[in-house]
Write a protein that binds this ligand. Structure first.
Ligand code: PBG
Length: 323
């Protein structure tokens, strides 16, 4: 046996390729803030911007032309609008909800995904309600449900609960169904770890916790079997897709969920993971043109059907017909 025979030409290598990655598998995370004709680069994630709604529509238009159709949008909310119960998250005047409506009116064929969590709107900077220094679970759920229904009303195709409260998928599913939003999907952040790699994201949204950390709700990076428990619950509660986050440092968890569940598996290649690669490339230490596709391919090879990555647009520009 000579394994090199299958590597001897581009044609043979191509035939023997086990894993493929195309723009259809990618979701592009986008940051939106209120205003007009604004665009500001995230310092800790060069090449990625926060957009005012008008410019966000332009960005989405460019992506759609490249065949990139899937977006997850996060709001950067002014401090003055934040409070302890995240009331702005479902307020009628919320610019995030208005932006979603405008996107779906203009690009009905895109898949628009939301973020369901209190942190962008919380004066405490936590994903759940803080009471006497504790992040309380059950009192958070009705707030998440109100947020979810408002997002479904605004036209989001899928909602992304990213808060890691217990029981939130079932609670949100029931609230959506009761309001008639039976077609709105749930992309659940199933195994979301208390990771150091969310730094640039928190810079982008100014959403870092004001006190403490997220370890009482996000998962311990040491744990893998616990991801199965979270996935059992999310699947039973009606999640349409199961997500692992971060991606690169948790390829084993992605693989584990892929082997054990029939739902599509998503992986979030998070801000810090993208920033590391970008920094090395900008320093001339790695070649972005090769390191970026190899990185995304590794996440897909581990078992991700869907990848959320800040490199989605650059992948689409370079590999219109996939790799
Ligand atoms: C919070 C949320 C976070 C991310 C997505 N949703 C950060 C956090 O948990 O503090 C991180 C994404 C990234 O780093 O790219 N609801």
């Amino acid at each position: 046996m000579r394994p090199r025979r299958n590597r001897q030409s581009a044609a043979i290598r191509s035939m023997a390729t086990e894993t493929h990655l195309s723009v259809q598998h990618l979701v592009f995370p986008l940051f939106v803030f209120d205003g007009a004709n604004l665009r500001s680069e995230i310092k800790s994630l060069p090449g990625i911007f926060r957009f005012s709604p008008d410019n966000l529509l332009r960005e989405i238009e460019e992506c759609m032309k490249l065949g990139l159709t899937n977006f997850v949008v996060f709001p950067a909310v002014a401090d003055a609008l934040k409070d302890q119960t995240a009331t702005y998250s479902y307020a009628a005047e919320n610019f995030y909800l208005h932006t979603a409506r405008a996107i779906k009116e203009r690009f009905p064929e895109c898949c628009l995904i939301s973020d369901v969590a209190m942190d962008p709107y919380s004066s405490d900077g936590h994903d759940g309600l803080v009471r006497n220094g504790e992040i309380v679970n059950d009192e958070t759920l009705p707030i998440l449900a109100k947020m979810a229904v408002a997002q479904a009303q605004a036209g989001f195709d899928m909602l992304g609960p990213s808060d890691m409260m217990d029981g939130r998928v079932g609670y949100i599913r029931q609230a959506l169904d009761e309001q008639g939003f039976t077609k709105t999907g749930i992309l659940s952040y199933t195994a979301k770890y208390a990771s150091a790699f969310y730094g640039p994201f928190r810079d982008a949204l100014d959403s870092a916790p004001k006190s403490g950390d997220k370890k009482t709700y996000q998962m311990n990076p040491a744990n893998k079997r616990e991801a199965l428990l979270e996935a059992d619950l999310d699947a039973a509660e009606g999640a349409d897709m199961l997500m692992v986050k971060p991606a690169l440092h948790y390829l084993d968890v992605i693989h584990l969920l892929k082997e054990n569940y029939s739902q599509p598996i998503a992986a979030y290649h998070v801000s810090g993971e993208c920033a590391m690669l970008r920094a090395a490339c900008n320093n001339g230490w790695l070649d972005f043109e090769r390191a970026m596709p190899e990185t995304l391919l590794s996440i897909r090879r581990a078992g991700a059907d869907v990848i959320l990555t800040y490199f989605a647009k650059e992948f689409a520009q370079r590999f219109p017909s996939g790799i």
